[in-house]
Design a protein around this ligand. Structure first.
Ligand SMILES: NC(=O)c1ccc[n+]([C@@H]2O[C@H](COP(=O)([O-])OP(=O)(O)OC[C@H]3O[C@@H](n4cnc5c(N)ncnc54)[C@H](OP(=O)(O)O)[C@@H]3O)[C@@H](O)[C@H]2O)c1
Length: 272
């Protein structure tokens, strides 16, 4: 049973277009020696920005020094409303994320914005985590639900766990990672499973209970095909998001929605 994201997707698109038709918005993506897969992803951002009436530029750099210089320039450029840092990087992302102006942080990944998330005061939330929350909110009532989140990365597992357990959503969260013992015992006791591992067929039918909700965040390339973390047959007994589509589709849109939010913050300094 597939969880459709069509209605949510159309709603976000409409909201963005309403703003982008009135105001000039610009997003810049910065990449360090992008490989083929990264370029394909950045080109899909470019295509989406065109459909959303948003100006878009890709800056390709070939050294850490140039990457830093580009970010510092973009921070100062008044025409630029958002900076997207293409990952993975061959060094710790933390030191670079410290350099991005939080008011241009479309991904909500700077330490400043992640700190605000814990306080429940963030103006932009990490896109993938927000995508997971919005899909779940559109499908079920999270209050009191038992959720297992598999993965504890800074961009997905950790922020989504914080957001699920905050006072807006009131879910009870168990965070699992590579040192967690007997994950199956935990997932079998969960109403909802968020899988952000990056291993194909990680979640199997015997790990879930009937009618549970599975959010498949994983993106894995197997024999040239993109698949998630969840074994296909799980759809027979549970509600599940599709890969591709699903979380990825909403994540890409939230990036541009965050851009519109940052635009207004940049216009009105008091809101930040
Ligand atoms: N759809 C989207 O919009 C979107 C966005 C971002 C990422 N993704 C995809 O989501 C996946 C996760 O991304 P990420 O950036 O969070 O990856 P990541 O930084 O590599 O984190 C993966 C997490 O999975 C855990 N893990 C690995 N093997 C495990 C195992 N055998 N049992 C339990 N946990 C295990 C790791 O545990 P440790 O911490 O112990 O190492 C880690 O916390 C990837 O496939 C990525 O491509 C999708």
């Amino acid at each position: 049973m597939i969880i459709s994201v069509d209605t949510l997707s159309n709603k976000i698109k409409e909201k963005i277009l309403k703003i982008s038709k009135k105001h000039n918005l610009k997003l810049v993506s910065v990449a360090l020696e992008p490989d083929k897969a990264t370029l394909a992803y950045l080109n899909s951002q470019k295509k989406m920005s065109k459909n959303l009436n948003i100006e878009y530029e890709i800056i390709k750099t070939n050294s850490k020094k140039k990457l830093i210089e580009s970010i510092l320039e973009l921070n100062k450029d008044k025409k630029v409303n958002g900076i997207f840092l293409s990952q993975p990087l061959p060094f710790d992302t933390y030191e670079i994320s410290l350099l991005i102006d939080p008011k241009k942080d479309v991904e909500g990944i700077t330490p400043y914005n992640l700190g605000k998330l814990i306080y429940g005061k963030s103006f932009v939330k990490p896109c993938t985590a927000d995508s997971i929350i919005r899909i779940l909110q559109s499908f079920t009532n999270l209050d009191g639900k038992k959720v297992s989140v598999i993965g504890r990365s800074v961009i997905v597992g950790m922020p989504v766990s914080i957001m699920l357990s905050n006072k807006e959503n009131n879910a009870t969260v168990t965070i699992c990672h590579s040192h967690t013992k007997n994950i199956k015992e935990i997932t079998l006791n969960s109403d909802i499973i968020v899988s952000a591992v990056g291993h194909p067929n990680f979640i199997t039918k015997d790990m879930i209970r009937k009618n549970s909700i599975i959010i498949d965040v994983g993106i894995n390339v197997v024999n040239g095909e993109i698949i998630g973390d969840v074994e296909k047959s799980v759809q027979d007994i549970a509600f599940i998001t599709e890969v591709p589509g699903g979380v990825g589709e909403i994540t890409s849109l939230i990036l541009f929605e965050n851009l519109t939010k940052l635009f207004f913050i940049q216009m009105d300094k008091k809101q930040a």
